[in-house]
Design a protein around this ligand. Structure first.
Ligand code: NDP
Length: 238
C-alpha cells in the first residue's frame, strides 16, 4: 500500500481538494478538521476522517496513532488548517488574533510535533505547511494573519535545516487568493466587501485543485529532492 498522507483542514477548500488529489493517487488518508460530516461526504477510499481541533495536541497525536495502526507510518503530513480573520489593528477583537495564532501557528507546530520524531527515526518523511503569499508580503488589514503566515515560512525553513540530514523534507506552499470559505469568517463586512472586489478586479483567483496539484508535485519528487517552497497566485495578483 502507498504511504499514509495526513491532511489537516480537509473539510473544505484547499484541504478537501488535496484529499481528493492524493486519494486519486492511491494513498490512504487521515483527514482532520473540526467538522466531520464534510470530510465523510468526500467518500474517499481508504480514508479515516476524525474530528480534531489542531490546537489540541493530544487529540492530534491520538488521531495519527489510530490511522498509523490501520495504514502504517505517516509518509506525509500536510498542515493546511487555517483561519483568516481580517481587521484593523486598532479595532479588531484581540481574541481573533489569539485564534489565528493558535490555529495557524500552534496548529502547525502541533502537527509537526506529532510526526517528526518518527520521521527522523525512519529517515524519511515529508511535511508540507500551507502558508500564503501573505507570508511573504503584507496587505492592508492583514497584520495578525500576515504575522501567522510569516511565522509558518520561518518555522518550516528553520526545521528544514534541522532535519535535512535525517532525510526529512520540509516544504512551504504559499498560495495567493484561492476561492474557498476562508474569507467568510472575517467579521468586518466592509473589509470582506473590499476583498471580494479585489478578487473580482484581478479577474478571478486560483482554484483549490491547483494548489492541491502543487502539493502532489512536491511530494512526488524523489525523497532526495526537497522542494523547499512553492509560491503561486493568479497571474494578475499583485
Ligand atoms: P477554508 O476556510 O475553506 O478551509 C480551512 C480549513 O481549516 C477547514 O477545513 C477548517 O475546518 C480547518 N480548520 C480551521 N480551524 C481549525 C481548527 N481549529 N482545527 C482543525 N481544522 C481547522 O480555507 P482554505 O481552504 O482557503 O484554507 C486552507 C489553508 O490555505 C489555510 O491555512 C489558509 O490560510 C491558506 N490559504 C488560503 C488562501 C485563500 O485565498 N483561500 C490563500 C493563501 C493561503 P473546520 O472548520 O471543519 O475545522
Amino acid at each position: 500500500m502507498k504511504e499514509l498522507i495526513v491532511i489537516t483542514g480537509a473539510s473544505s477548500g484547499i484541504g478537501a481538494a488535496m484529499a481528493k488529489a492524493f486519494s486519486a493517487k492511491g494513498h490512504p488518508l487521515l483527514l482532520l478538521a473540526r467538522r466531520l460530516e464534510p470530510m465523510q461526504a468526500l467518500q474517499l477510499e481508504n480514508s479515516l476522517a476524525i474530528s480534531v481541533d489542531v490546537t489540541d495536541t493530544e487529540a492530534m497525536k491520538a488521531a495519527i496513532t489510530e490511522a498509523e495502526t490501520q495504514y502504517g507510518p505517516v509518509g506525509c503530513l500536510i498542515n493546511n488548517a487555517g483561519v483568516m480573520l481580517l481587521g484593523q489593528a486598532d479595532v479588531q477583537d484581540p481574541q481573533e488574533w489569539s485564534k489565528m495564532l493558535n490555529i495557524n501557528v500552534m496548529g502547525v507546530l502541533n502537527g509537526i510535533h506529532a510526526v517528526l520524531a518518527s520521521m527522523k527515526a525512519r529517515k524519511t518523511g515529508t511535511i508540507i505547511n500551507v502558508s500564503s503569499i501573505a507570508g511573504r508580503k503584507t496587505f492592508p488589514n492583514h497584520a495578525a494573519y500576515c504575522a501567522t503566515k510569516f511565522a509558518v515560512h520561518a518555522l518550516t525553513e528553520n526545521i528544514r535545516e534541522e532535519v535535512a540530514m535525517d532525510d526529512v523534507r520540509m516544504v512551504t506552499i504559499a498560495p495567493g487568493a484561492v476561492e474557498t470559505e476562508l474569507l467568510s469568517h472575517t467579521t468586518d463586512q466592509a473589509i470582506k466587501d473590499g476583498y471580494a472586489d479585489w478578487k473580482e478586479d484581478m479577474g478571478g483567483v486560483v482554484a483549490p485543485e491547483v494548489i492541491a496539484e502543487t502539493a502532489v508535485f512536491a511530494y512526488e519528487m524523489p525523497q532526495s529532492v526537497c522542494v523547499r517552497e512553492i509560491a503561486l497566485a493568479a497571474t494578475r495578483q499583485q
